[in-house]
Design a protein around this ligand. Structure first.
Ligand code: FES
Length: 165
């Protein structure tokens, strides 16, 4: 049985609702069961030498359970690393609501899916810029130069730090 009080609290004051324009990653998942959709945005920060989720927001075009689970999830994953957040399943994310009835299981799974899509989207972006810096995804001229150096047979380009004379 869903904990109605927790559900109502989450619905009357959903946390972290809305788009995040400066997000590092975004993930969207639709449910084939009901046609609903959840989108989640993530922003990371460095903390104590670890890269952790600074903030997460969501938009839900879905039922009340999906909104409540998404609201809880965005609060739960703050301060977690990408790897830690990837471990969190629908059951854990919806735990404050109590066990979801079978017909509402997919609502929690949809939130889990959106979270994983955002976590993986961020990974894909990171991998792309690490493995193909010579393409237009180069962040800086230095990236492009060092990539060109690598592919041209090991020419090493050392960038001098600016002198502070
Ligand atoms: Fe489809 Fe909840 S997300 S009914």
């Amino acid at each position: 049985m869903i904990d109605e009080a927790t559900l109502q609290t989450a619905l009357s004051n959903p946390q972290n609702l809305g788009e995040m324009p400066d997000a590092d990653a975004v993930g969207t998942v639709g449910s084939p069961d009901c046609g609903d959709m959840v989108r989640m945005w993530l922003k990371y920060k460095e903390e104590g030498g670890r890269r952790v989720i600074d903030k997460a927001t969501f938009q839900s075009f879905g039922c009340q359970t999906a909104i409540a689970v998404a609201s809880l999830a965005t609060q739960m994953i703050r301060g977690k690393t990408r790897e830690e957040a990837l471990q969190m399943g629908a059951e854990e994310l919806s735990a404050p609501l109590g066990p979801l009835p079978p017909m509402k299981m997919h609502c929690g799974q949809m939130v889990e899916g959106a979270l994983k899509a955002a976590l993986e989207a961020e990974q894909a972006t990171a991998e792309m810029s690490a493995s193909k810096p010579q393409t237009s995804s180069s962040h800086t001229l230095a990236d492009a130069l060092s990539a060109a150096g690598k592919s041209a047979g090991g020419i090493k380009i050392i960038l001098e730090p600016p002198t502070s004379a």
